[in-house]
Design a binder for this molecule. Structure first.
Ligand code: FAD
Ligand code: SIN
Length: 552
């Protein structure tokens, strides 16, 4: 397989970019499951953008920087905020139907925002975006999308016969090895430009709002190829996921959107008392790091398994109209949210760090770009502001397009290979060699290891951390990493095995990054480095607000 542009992933980042790049050549999208399956598909709250009369760019910039606790890149933040309204209009042109009232966008409010600025499609924003983008893609002759293709590793010099492989050679990406999961065959895909848009890594934890596809594949592939990754310690826990007593591996816990709190719902303890006023003056609408840690603190103090979200201030009719999906799903789970409170707990939700890119979406490897959740553009810093993720994804995929557009002549002349050269390159790339490997009959090893990784990450690398716990986690992960590597080397690849290899890689990176950051900041809360004692957090969970800049 040979293509001009290879996009890995069919979420908002990959799909919106594909539609644009199709202007310049053939686009191939590969995706590991059905095409709509992605984090995007489950997005509820919406997209943050300055559209209200009482709002302005400076306020959105200030809220984003404040939430990111001193680690955001101001230029990147300004970019997403200022381009927001244009990208929202573009989504509407693609056919996305956002909720309106009297001809104007209905703007929701979420934690950390000083204004109502979240455009949404009821509480099914992501599904509506996927529907519209996939429909446009189905009508575009320059775009091909292949399902059940799993990207394994990037093709670089080391995969090419007689290529210069010395340390001084600049790394280039020529495409990927991908597993055709249906045919159980590994294919080479050679591309002029490759774009990584593989989304998040929530499945490295036991409780996550992310679907089963979110096993951090893109982060792990990039790391193995020599990409720079940054800020990987900042894993965001969403404060309010529906509490489930027992959660099986690969489960996606159900999110209760922050927009519900934006509409007036409040957090309460089992005894019915509110508690968020003790932690932040914004109460239940404080940024996520503060709310999640406050809930964690309350649960540790009380020994309870969950807190409650009380929607009574919203009113039954409005609940059903504004949050139909949350209403129906909770009803199926036995809770009528127009009458009863929802039991909620924090769950792993979003990777603020990732593959480092510049403002054009370029990574440090030639011909390789990244956008969406897998990328670290500098927007989110130590904690992402609610509903800034979909915004970042559309803005930065557009940046890749704009970069290609403004340099197209030069790129085509200097960087694109001719058809003959591409075919020649294809033949020079080693075929996937799995000689000496066997089909596995040790499924138990894969499932046990996966569970253990999730347990270690949840127990020791969660909302509240300390050096001792992180080191303990690292020791265990290192042992498993060795075992998984040996197993991988002697076994024919399957999706399950590839995901396990990526999960252990990502766990290892998160822990090492967490150990490197010797301070508490944003989502990375370290008991050993408290900056400020807050009387309302028990000793075990001291709240840290602003801290001096630390090692990045
Ligand atoms: P995704 O949408 O996750 O797409 C990644 C794609 O890559 C998928 O198609 C996947 O199958 C594919 N893929 C992954 N690995 C491989 C591989 N090895 N080979 C081939 N394909 C692969 N953000 C907001 O801004 N607003 C919200 O309201 C909001 N709500 C959310 C609600 C939930 C429940 C969740 C989980 C997240 C929410 N987020 C929200 C975050 C946001 O949805 C994601 O960050 C964003 O959708 C990521 O988009 P993406 O295109 O980068 O990745
Ligand atoms: C939500 O609806 O609460 C999720 C919003 C987000 O992740 O930005």
């Amino acid at each position: 397989m040979v293509t001009d542009f290879l996009i890995i992933g069919s979420g908002i980042a990959g799909l919106s970019l594909a539609l644009k790049l199709s202007e310049f050549g053939k686009v191939l999208i590969i995706t590991k499951k059905q095409k709509a399956e992605s984090n995007t598909n489950y997005a509820q709250g919406g997209i943050a953008s300055v559209l209200g009369k009482d709002d302005n760019f400076e306020l959105h910039i200030k809220d984003t920087l404040g939430c990111g606790a001193g680690l955001c890149d101001r230029e990147a933040v300004e970019k997403i905020v200022r381009e927001g309204p244009t990208r929202i209009n573009e989504l509407i042109e693609y056919g996305v139907r956002f909720s309106k009232e009297k001809g104007l966008f209905m703007l929701g409010k979420e934690g950390g925002h000083s204004r109502s600025r979240i455009v949404h499609a009821k509480d099914l924003t992501g599904k509506e975006i996927e529907r519209a983008l996939l429909y446009d893609i189905s009508r575009n002759k320059n775009i091909k999308i292949i399902e059940y293709y799993f990207a394994i590793d990037f093709l670089t010099e080391r995969n090419i016969r007689s290529a210069r492989k010395g340390k001084t050679a600049k790394k280039k990406c020529f495409g990927i090895y991908a597993l055709d999961a249906k045919k159980e065959k590994v294919m080479k895909i050679v591309s002029q430009k490759t774009i990584l848009a593989t989304g998040g890594l929530g499945q490295v934890y036991l409780h996550t709002t992310n679907p089963a596809i979110a096993t951090g594949d893109g982060f792990a592939m990039a790391y193995r190829a020599g990409c720079e990754l940054d800020n990987m310690e900042f894993v965001q826990f969403h404060p309010t996921s529906f509490y489930e007593k027992d959660v099986e591996d690969d489960t996606q816990v159900f999110l209760i959107s922050e927009a519900v709190r934006g509409a007036g719902a409040v957090l309460r303890k089992k005894d019915g008392k509110e508690f968020m006023h003790k932690y932040d003056k914004r109460k239940s609408l404080a940024p996520r790091d503060i709310v999640a840690r406050a809930i964690d603190n309350e649960l540790k103090k009380s020994g309870e398994a969950f807190v409650y979200l009380d929607l009574s201030a919203i009113g039954a009719e409005r609940i059903k109209d504004r949050f139909p999906n949350i209403y129906e799903t909770c009803l199926k789970k036995g809770i009528d949210i127009t009458k009863e409170m929802i039991p909620v707990v924090p769950a792993a939700h979003y990777a603020c760090g990732g593959v480092k890119t510049d403002l054009n979406g370029k990574t440090n490897i030639e011909n390789l770009f990244a956008c969406g959740e897998v990328a670290m553009t500098g927007v989110h810093g130590a904690n992402r502001l609610a509903s800034n993720s979909l915004l970042e994804a559309v803005v930065f995929s557009d940046s890749i397009y704009k970069y290609m557009k403004s340099n197209l002549d030069e790129i085509k002349k200097k960087e694109f290979l001719t058809k003959t050269e591409l075919d020649k390159l294809y033949n020079k790339i080693y075929d996937w060699d799995d000689s000496g490997t066997k089909n596995t009959d040790e499924w138990i090893l894969i499932s046990h290891n996966k569970h253990e990784i999730k347990e270690v990450m949840s127990d020791y690398v969660g909302i509240v951390r300390n050096t001792y716990r992180l080191q303990r986690a690292l020791t265990r992960i290192k042992m498993m990493k060795k075992e998984i590597k040996e197993f991988y080397n002697r076994t024919k690849v399957t999706v399950e095995l590839l995901e396990l290899r990526n999960l252990i890689t990502v766990a290892n990176i998160i822990i090492k990054s967490a150990l490197n950051r010797k301070e508490s900041r944003g989502l990375h809360y370290m008991l050993d480095y408290p900056a400020r004692d807050d009387k309302n957090f028990s000793k075990d969970t001291v709240l840290v607000k602003k801290n001096k800049p630390g090692k990045k």
